[in-house]
Design a protein around this ligand. Structure first.
Ligand SMILES: Cc1ncc(COP(=O)(O)O)c(C=O)c1O
Length: 340
């Protein structure tokens, strides 16, 4: 796999840490060892997985002479926050289209990422209903920017295209080189699977490098495992194609569990909230109710039901998302100093 053939901006200056989680591992008592890869600590305003993708996507935009980025996401989108953040660092304008996937969920005075869109100063912000045609809305915004004499570049929601997925092919390479340094071999990598770019990039990277690590996705948006696997298989094949690799991958290696989605996208259930509490209270690591809390609930649920082979080393890919935690305060009624 030769990633040096693709332009990139160099946003990821060093590998993110891989840490053993001794207290979480002990509390699980499931005969496995759990590690975390801290992509929540990636550079970019408050970190997270989109920095790896935007490293390639923004390089492509600049290579085409763009002076503005247009992208879309949900009302608490980490992808929109990071696209805006990197646009600012590059001296580009950034226009966001926010989808109300849960009706009436946009609050102009909302906290979390919503606050950050305002603080960072998005150059345009358009809110559309979740049922609207997102691509049409994004193209309309791009058309208005062209009319004003500028050159917009559209980054798809989640930077979920083969260019963005290269960021996670690079992450697969990084994990394999960290395995060597740390003298470890991981059996599984588990991640949130939403737009599918993270999951697909990992699959494309590991398959290109001949690794046997199993990538396990946890659905955070689509209600069925089949629907998510279809999206991921397609994007993995297109990413491999961009990398110049022939053929798709064995469909049996595309795995995503829908059992931890809760009531739907961005809506946590008790399992999500308990998982967030457990990691906070055993390892002082924060996760969020939309993405990483659900992926973690998936890891815990699969461990408890014996999915992982005994003695497995399981790597939880922490993809970030913590800014949104602060807009879910009402879900955590506990009072410090009291047992709950
Ligand atoms: C914090 C976080 N984790 C995971 C994901 C899912 O990643 P992907 O969209 O690449 O499937 C997202 C997507 O927005 C995210 O913001």
């Amino acid at each position: 796999m030769n990633l040096s053939q693709f332009p990139r901006r160099g946003y990821v200056k060093s590998p993110t840490p891989i840490e053993f989680l001794p207290r979480l591992t002990a509390s699980l008592n499931a005969g496995i060892e759990v590690f975390v890869k801290r992509d929540d600590l990636l550079p970019g305003t408050l970190g997270g997985n989109k920095t790896r993708k935007l490293d390639f996507s923004v390089a492509r935009a600049l290579s085409l002479g763009a002076d503005a980025l247009v992208t879309s996401g949900a009302v608490q989108s980490n992808h929109c926050r990071l696209t805006l953040a990197w646009a600012i660092r590059e001296g580009l304008k950034c226009h966001l289209v926010l989808e109300e996937r849960v009706p009436n969920s946009y609050d102009p005075h909302g906290s979390g990422n919503n606050l950050l869109f305002n603080l960072l100063g998005a150059h345009g912000l358009k809110v559309i209903p979740g049922t609207a045609d997102v691509r049409a809305a994004v193209e309309e915004v791009a058309g208005e920017i062209i009319q004003k004499g500028h050159k917009p570049f559209i980054i798809p929601g989640g930077a979920a295209d083969p260019v963005g997925a290269l960021g996670y092919a690079a992450c697969a390479e990084e994990i394999l080189s960290q395995e060597k340094e740390l003298g470890l071999k991981f059996d599984y990598v588990i991640c949130a699977s939403g737009s599918g770019g993270t999951h697909s990039g990992l699959l494309a990277g590991f398959s290109a490098l001949g690794s046997a690590i199993k990538v396990v996705g946890v659905n955070v948006r689509r209600p069925t495992s089949e629907a998510q696997k279809e999206v991921v298989a397609d994007l993995t094949a297109r990413t491999r194609d961009l990398l110049g690799l022939s053929g798709g991958i064995d469909p049996a290696t595309v795995v995503s569990f829908a059992d931890y989605l809760g009531p739907g996208y961005s809506l946590p259930d008790a399992g999500t909230l308990d998982a967030i509490r457990l990691l906070a209270r055993t390892e002082a690591i924060l996760t969020d109710p939309i993405y990483t809390g659900k992926a973690l609930a998936g890891l815990l649920g699969l461990a408890r039901t014996g999915y992982f082979k005994p003695k497995s080393k399981v790597l939880f890919l922490h993809t970030g998302g913590v800014p949104a935690l602060f807009s879910y305060q009402n879900y955590f009624p506990e009072v410090a100093g009291q047992d709950s």
